[in-house]
Ligand binder design. Structure first.
Ligand code: GLN
Length: 485
């Protein structure tokens, strides 16, 4: 009997009634990790020594899970999928992981990712590319690529992710699972390798909305080591999860979701947006009201560039500590500057170096006003435009990306400038720190696609309830790649 394709609540019940014990679950999860590693290259490290624990009334106790490789784990290799930290073993554990340990959760592997979270393809990590378990010729998006592969393949019910632009929510869509990033600061970022601090969020990938609620309940909390964290002790996402969404009002952005706004749309885009409109009907059948709203096209088109400027600037600054002097392999040279230069030249992939060039450029004194500060102003305008809508609507509902997973051989995909905002709109959730969840939204040509619900800050319960109700009306849920549970 395979257990790892079950949900957290199902596993908890089986642990409690003695049908299976925690050691057996860990063993199964480790075996599956090795199989999935061969097929999709999902992990940097598999923790073969992991052991089961006693099972308590805590839902997470005794159940294995995966940790993205940019979460620090004491005495465990934590590389962020970068050559610059290929031998780095932290001496402390990230608060989010520490919190899960208090609940009896058992990490069984460190999942591969785009280097330091920069990238959306799952192809830039130092251990190679992650392949989509639904179709090995496709990418699984990133940067939480290994976590998405593992959860979709049924290695365990959940894995941790981080999300700076869409890095939990897009891989979740491409792999047919759930990806949830709560309100900014709900989960401490202490011990998560910093990428762009004003946009970085911790979160989780699961196969159902309830599991996402259970895990974030355990991960969240105010932390004295992260001054952006806040007290959410009155929020009980799992206990208060309910599908009574009658009368809730949702909006979608017309400019991005209505097919007539695209010149010569591909068949794939047509199917994707038609599929999304079917989902809107499902929302209406649940008693919700869904309306299309117009947002200034100029603002929407500016989203990707604003993201690039702010995230690269913050990344350049955050990662200036990666010199090879304090941690990481020491470079060669006769003085500290050449040692650092050698380390950084050899250590980083070309994508990261390009981003550091952009970041340094926009932060130069003479460029700051024109690029960095203007990007911050436009970020504010985008957030204000969406917050204005949250006065009338409970949440924003949108399709994720422009269709299913893209080909690893990128030449097969038609990239057009008029779909850039549709591909990148999830960055709005990072600009505003909004709670945002992707759930499976059926299939196009046998490949999963996702839809996303985003709400106002601190309104996580509402966002999860809407997602939970909608998930309940979907044909496929809790699906495992290559088959339906
Ligand atoms: N794809 C985006 C990027 O490349 C998002 C990354 C993320 O959320 N960590 O920066």
């Amino acid at each position: 009997m395979k257990y790892m394709n079950l949900s957290i609540t199902e596993l908890h019940e089986k642990l409690k009634n003695g049908e299976v014990n925690s050691n057996e679950l860990v063993k199964e999860s480790l075996e599956l990790s090795h199989q999935v590693q061969e097929k999709c290259n999902a992990f940097v490290t598999i923790l073969d020594d992991a052991k089961g624990t006693d099972v308590t009334d805590d839902l997470l106790s005794g159940i294995p899970y995966g940790v993205k490789d940019n979460y620090s784990l004491k005495n465990v290799l934590s590389t962020g999928s970068s050559n610059t930290l290929k031998d780095y073993v932290p001496f402390f554990t990230a608060t989010a992981v520490e919190n899960l340990t208090k609940h009896g959760a058992i990490p069984v592997n460190k999942t591969a990712m785009d280097e330091f979270g920069m990238g959306g393809t799952g192809t830039t990590g130092h251990t190679g590319i992650q392949k989509n378990p639904w179709d090995l010729t496709r990418m699984c998006a990133g940067s939480s690529s290994g976590s998405a592969v593992a959860v979709a393949s049924g290695v365990y019910p959940y894995a941790l992710g981080s999300d700076t632009g869409d890095s939990i929510r897009k891989p979740a869509a491409y792999c047919g699972i759930v990806g949830y990033k709560p309100t900014y600061g709900m989960i401490s970022r202490y011990g998560l390798f910093a990428f762009a601090s004003s946009l970085d969020h911790c979160g989780v990938l699961t196969r159902c909305v309830r599991d996402a609620a259970i895990v974030v309940d355990a991960m969240k909390g105010k932390d004295k080591y992260d001054m952006t964290s806040w007290d959410s002790s009155k929020i009980h996402l799992n206990d208060d999860l309910n599908d009574d969404v009658k009368g809730k009002k949702l909006f979608y952005i017309k400019e991005l979701c209505d097919i007539e706004n695209y010149e010569n749309p591909t068949d794939e885009l047509k199917s994707h947006l038609e599929n999304f409109k079917e989902t809107i009907k499902k929302c209406e059948n649940l008693g919700m009201i869904v309306e299309g709203v117009s947002i200034d096209r100029k603002l929407l088109d500016a989203i990707p560039s604003v993201y690039v400027v702010i995230s690269c600037a913050e990344a350049t600054s955050n990662m200036s500590n990666l010199t090879g002097l304090i941690f990481g392999p020491r470079g060669e040279g006769n003085d500290y500057q050449s040692i650092m230069k050698d380390h950084r030249t050899k250590g980083f992939s070309p994508l990261i170096k390009r981003r550091f060039v952009i970041g340094s450029y926009v932060l130069q004194t003479e460029n700051q006003e024109r690029y960095f500060k203007n990007a911050q102003r436009v970020r504010r305008l985008v957030v204000d435009a969406i917050k204005e809508q949250f006065k009338n609507y409970d949440a924003l509902i949108m399709p994720v990306g422009t269709g299913p997973a893209k080909h690893l051989d990128g030449s097969k995909d038609i990239l057009k400038s008029d779909t850039a905002a549709l591909d990148e709109h999830l960055q709005i959730g990072n600009f505003g720190g909004f709670p945002s969840i992707t759930i499976p939204n059926g299939f196009i040509d046998g490949l999963p696609v996702g839809c996303n619900i985003t709400g106002n800050c601190y309104d996580d319960q509402n966002v999860l309830n809407i997602a939970y109700a909608l998930e309940g009306s979907m044909e496929y849920k809790g699906q495992i790649a290559g088959g339906v549970k």
